[in-house]
Design a protein around this ligand. Sequence first.
Ligand code: UDP
Ligand code: MG
Length: 176
Amino acid sequence: MCFCRPFELLTDHKKSEGVKKGSDPGHSFAAQNQKLDMAGNRTFTMIKPDAVKAGHIGNILQQINQAGFRIVAMKLTQMSSQKAGDFYAIHRERPFYQELVAFMSSGPIVAAILEKDNAVEEFRKLIGATDPAKADPGTIRARFAKSVGENAVHGSDSDDNAIVESNFHFAATERF
Ligand code: UDP
Ligand code: MG
């Protein structure tokens, strides 16, 4: 992990245990200012390696757009196992952690910041339950996920985590 850049400015996110601040590509005054833009109306998502591999990027983005989300930032990228481990650090004590990290670093993902009123909650509704077998019909996970582990998409679970996760993947200059 690189602690070579300052991230003291993000210390007010200490309560969010998931993503480690040293991984933040924004890590700056500009990144800190993103907080002001994001309160309540932005969330962070990843189209996971299973869905990318299966060719579902286009269909998932179409469903996201049709549900009224605006794409603020987006990239096709692959996380190293170190980076995936940091991203999911909040789950490190859970039995599926190693498997999750291996899966999430196994291939490219699409990372994106999405904007809509009440974005975190609205996006969680759009993706459906973690286990696709329990996800409501028509939700992204019901349509495209394979299993509880390989479940097609990530969605932030709180406004605080949406900010931390967005800063993990995007610098201020990558947001529009
Ligand atoms: N996960 C898993 N097994 C489980 C629960 C979760 O492999 O029993 C994976 C799955 O990919 C999930 C991720 O870990 O999306 C994070 O779990 P969380 O409980 O935060 O679910 P989410 O917020 O993604 O619905
Ligand atoms: Mg979660």
